[in-house]
Design a protein around this ligand. Structure first.
Ligand code: MRU
Length: 366
């Protein structure tokens, strides 16, 4: 997507010499999302450890982007040392960086399988190529999700007889959370680009404020009308016919269509169900974990540092980015980062292959 007329993806390799030569200068460039919306900063990652840290601290975040970052993490690792032992060790370090989004494990496994089948001297080039391929595929899948989701928005527009479709989204599932296009926001970009009038209700998404900071930023850059609301406002807006549909992304979807996504998604699904507002999850296939059925028992929910709840980060009047405490000094806080929305609350899953009910998800990928 474009930022101030320049085209960006969220991650790209910076290879300045022949990979076979030892003096090749290599890095992977990322947009540091912890600085947005206040500063747009590109950061160079030069090592596996650097990539693990970027994933842990959420400089890169969002399930598909975490997968892409992990793939490039493997490429950086293999560039250092292409032995079987080093590949195993590096995969383990990446797998431990964040547990919930299955895209990370999917990408690491794909890289491991691909590399281990090759002789050691061929692994370095192959690793960069495979990571780039994972990124390309992500872009294609998200583009297709956008085109499929567009039909839902078109239907809502003709059905409600209004001039504008109001869509509520939670967290950031836009292009910043993927390599490009986004998942939940891909249909919104497609509809806007097709000339439809869209307005997006953006959940602020405490504690890390991905909605207020990131979704609002990227929608604004693309010229899409939007309004940030507190996390608790969605139900009220639905009761007053202000929401035509909810579209969220996902970090892991089970084979029966349970949707694990950013904490607070479940409450939005409950409110949508009670108010007969359609609730969709936009899901590229690497986000589907076919090995599990039940989201509540089978998905590890990441518990993050309680300080993310106790403190808020924002722009101070002197232009510096500061962290301020919002709870009493000795009050404990708990920070589960994701929750599971049971399939029965999900109206549809938008994938690169089309839109399906949760119960028909398997058939779509047979
Ligand atoms: O903790 P985060 O910011 O990585 O969580 C991201 C989300 O929960 C997104 O909604 C999800 O990854 C969908 S991605 C397009």
């Amino acid at each position: 997507m474009k930022i101030d007329e320049k085209y960006y993806r969220t991650i790209w390799p910076n290879i300045t010499a022949d990979l076979h030569k030892n003096d090749a200068i290599l890095s992977v460039e990322i947009i540091d999302q912890t600085m947005l919306p206040h500063r747009f900063e590109v950061k160079a990652i030069n090592s596996l450890q650097g990539m693990v840290a970027a994933i842990k601290t959420m400089q890169v975040r969002g399930a598909p982007l975490i997968g892409a970052a992990a793939a490039y993490g493997m490429a950086l690792a293999v560039h250092e040392n292409a032995s079987d032992i080093h590949i195993e060790k590096s995969a383990k370090a990446l797998l431990q960086s964040r547990p919930t989004a299955v895209n990370l494990a999917w990408a690491v496994k794909r890289m491991q399988q691909h590399l281990k089948a090759l002789p050691q001297e061929a692994r370095c080039n192959a690793a960069w190529q495979e990571a780039a391929l994972i990124c390309e595929e992500d872009v294609q899948m998200n583009h297709a999700i956008g085109q499929h989701g567009l039909s839902l928005i078109q239907t809502a527009l003709t059905k409600n007889g209004k001039n504008t479709v109001n869509i509520l989204t939670h967290c950031n599932a836009g292009w910043l959370a993927t390599v490009d296009w986004g998942t939940a926001l891909a249909p919104i970009y497609a509809a806007h680009d097709a000339g439809m009038n869209i307005h997006v209700w953006v959940d602020e998404t405490r504690p890390r404020n991905q909605g207020a900071s990131l979704t609002a930023w990227e929608l604004g850059k693309h010229g899409i009308p939007h309004t940030v609301i507190s996390d608790n406002a969605g139900g009220h807006l639905m009761q007053h016919d202000q929401v035509d549909m909810v579209i969220v992304g996902a970090d892991r979807v089970t084979s029966k269509g349970d949707v694990c996504n950013k904490i607070g998604t479940y409450l939005k699904a409950l409110a949508a169900f009670d108010n007969k507002v359609p609730f969709y999850a936009a899901v590229p296939s690497p986000t589907i974990d076919w090995t599990i059925q039940d989201g509540l028992s089978d998905i590890e929910i990441e518990m993050r540092d309680a300080d993310e709840v106790s403190y808020m980060i924002g722009l101070a009047s002197d232009g510096s980015i500061q962290s301020v405490r919002v709870t009493p000094e000795h009050t404990h806080a708990l920070n589960p980062a994701f929750d599971v929305t049971p399939a029965r609350l999900v109206s549809g899953i938008i994938t690169e292959r089309g839109i399906t009910t949760p119960s028909a998800l398997k058939q779509l990928f047979k």
